[in-house]
Design a protein around this ligand. Sequence first.
Ligand code: URA
Length: 217
Amino acid sequence: MYKISDELVSLGIARIEGFPVEGFVRGSGPLQPAVMLVGEAPGENELETGLPFTGRAGKELMLSLASVGLSRDDVYITSAVRSRPYKWGTKKKRNGDTEERKYNRAPTKGEIIAHAPILDAEIQDIQPPLIVTLGNVGLQRLIGKQAKVTELHGVLLETPILIWDETAGKFKESEESYHVFPTFHPASVFYNPPVRSLKEDDWRKLGEILKLKKVKD
Ligand code: URA
């Protein structure tokens, strides 16, 4: 198992202080994974279990992994942000009362920058043979704001990735190229059911790519 250092966790917690986020969930998986999966941020479930993708989206993701012969233990799972971004909202209870509660939300640019050194370190240490981005947040964190999952999903890219440059205060491109395979976030099929068949096509392609890689290795 690969684990980011306690120092990096402390740095991440310090850098994201003051943003409306809570908790911290490390990425999880072996040092030499078949692929690295990059999502958005942990949600309520992940905070409870301490493991990425353990809620409803996680179940969906495990099915996709199983469809290409992989399980959680074979892959490194991480995301752009490692704390849970939340917003307050009103929930109607069965008895008609309302209560204020926290809802999951997508991370902001500031939160992504706050945790950029963590994802940079994970990629640097693990040197994943293939990075699978799940949704626009992970894709744009690594390739830039112009990249859209609707246009790039299911395409194997060989590309530099963005690394946070603290001195310059901006992202810069890596010198090396990486294999990046964009696909949809597993939760996207819950609010946009037609995405399901596109997502399943992507995973079929990913299965082929992994098979070819095995033959070559
Ligand atoms: N979405 C993510 O991007 N990561 C999780 O761990 C859960 C949901």
